[in-house]
Design a protein around this ligand. Structure first.
Ligand code: ADP
Ligand code: MG
Length: 303
C-alpha cells in the first residue's frame, strides 16, 4: 500500500503542499486533480523521491521513499514515473526503447513482452520506426510502454494522455487503465481531464490551497459536488438558490419559477449548451434543440 503521511513541501519559502495524507491500495487508481499550479506534478515527483520533504513520510509497503539527501539514485524498482516531459532515446526504434530495460539474456521473452506492450499502447505498426520521427502523442505512448516494460507495483503518471489526439485517446485510456487493473498495478495519475477519471479512477483527490480539499470516489463527488471547484471539474454548472446545479440538470418545462431569457446556443453534438439570463445572472442549461436569443423559457431542476 502507498501510505502518504502528513507530507509538506516547498521549493522556496511558500508551501506548495501542506499536511497531505492519503493511501492507495495495490491495484487502486487514485487521480490527483486540481487547477494548474496546484501542486499535482510536485506531488508525483515527491512520491517518486525526487525531492526531500520538509515534513512527513511516504511508504510503499514497508519501503520508505526517500529524497536525494538519503538516497543517491532517485527511483525504486517497484515504482515507475512518467513525467510530462518524457525522455526517450531518439535514435533507436520504438521497440528498442520499450525493451531497453528488459534482459537481453532472454531474447524471446523480451520480444514477446515488447510486442504485448506495443499492443497496449497501439503502436505495433511503429515498432521499427526511430523515436525521433514520432509525433508528441506517439512519444508519450512509447514512454508509457517503457514504464510498464518491467512490471512495476506502482506507476505515477503525469497527465499521461495530454499529447494524444482525440481520435485515439478514448481507446488508449481504456487499454491502459484496464491493463493496470488486470495486473493489479497501483496507479496515481495527475490530470485536469475528467475523462481520465470518470469510469476509471477509484478515488479522486482534489488539491486546493496547498491542501487536499476532498478525497472520495468520483461518483460520490460528481453526485454531490460540495464546492464550485469540484463541480467545474465535471462540467458546466450554475449556482441556483445557493445550490450547485449542472447544466444537464435543468429541463425546459411549460411553467416554472425559473424564467430565463436565452442569450446564445452552442452546438455540442447530441445537445445544445444554452447560455441564458435569469435576473441578471447567467444560467447554463442543456437542450436538444437550438434556442435563439430573446426566447423565454421555463426551467426546472431535475436532479
Ligand atoms: P501542477 O502540476 O498542478 O500544475 P506544479 O506542481 O507544477 O503544479 O507546481 C506547483 C507550484 O510549484 C507552482 O506554483 C509552481 O510554479 C511551483 N513550482 C513547480 N516546480 C518548481 C520548481 N522546480 N522550482 C520552483 N517552483 C516550482
Ligand atoms: Mg503539472
Amino acid at each position: 500500500m502507498l501510505n502518504v503521511k502528513n507530507l509538506s513541501f516547498s521549493y522556496s519559502k511558500s508551501a506548495v503542499l501542506k499536511a497531505i495524507s492519503f493511501n492507495a491500495k495495490p491495484g487502486e487508481y487514485v487521480a490527483i486533480i486540481g487547477e494548474s499550479g496546484s501542486g499535482k506534478s510536485t506531488l508525483l515527483k515527491l512520491l517518486y523521491g525526487t525531492y526531500d520533504l520538509n515534513e512527513g513520510d511516504i511508504f510503499w509497503k514497508n519501503n520508505p521513499i526517500l529524497g536525494p539527501k538519503y538516497n543517491l539514485v532517485v527511483g525504486y524498482d517497484f515504482m515507475k514515473y512518467v513525467a510530462q516531459e518524457f525522455d526517450l532515446m531518439p535514435f533507436i526504434t520504438v521497440a528498442e526503447n520499450i525493451g531497453k530495460f528488459l534482459s537481453r539474456f532472454y531474447p524471446e521473452e523480451k520480444e514477446q513482452r515488447t510486442a504485448e506492450l506495443l499492443e497496449v499502447v497501439e503502436l505495433t505498426p511503429f515498432a521499427n520506426i526511430k523515436v525521433k520521427t514520432l509525433s508528441g502523442g506517439q512519444k508519450q505512448r512509447v514512454a508509457l510502454a517503457r514504464a510498464l516494460a518491467k512490471q512495476p507495483e506502482i506507476i505515477l503518471l503525469d497527465e499521461p494522455f495530454s499529447h494524444i489526439d482525440n481520435f485515439q485517446k478514448q481507446s488508449l485510456r481504456r487499454r491502459i487503465f484496464n491493463y493496470l487493473k488486470e495486473k493489479n498495478i497501483t496507479c496515481i495519475v495527475a490530470t485536469h481531464d475528467k475523462e481520465d477519471v470518470l469510469g476509471f479512477a477509484d478515488r479522486m483527490i482534489v488539491l486546493n490551497d496547498n491542501e487536499i480539499a476532498v478525497n472520495n470516489s468520483p461518483k460520490t463527488l460528481y453526485k454531490n459536488p460540495k464546492t464550485p471547484l469540484i463541480a467545474a471539474f465535471f462540467g458546466e454548472f450554475n449556482f441556483i438558490n445557493g445550490i450547485i446545479v449542472y447544466a444537464h440538470q435543468l429541463k425546459v418545462v411549460d411553467d416554472s419559477n425559473i424564467k430565463v431569457s436565452v442569450k446564445q446556443s452552442y452546438f455540442k453534438g447530441h445537445y445544445y449548451l444554452v447560455e441564458s439570463n435569469f435576473k441578471g445572472e447567467t444560467i447554463f442549461f442543456q437542450h436538444h434543440l437550438e434556442l435563439h436569443e430573446g426566447h423565454t423559457v421555463n426551467l426546472k431542476i431535475v436532479k
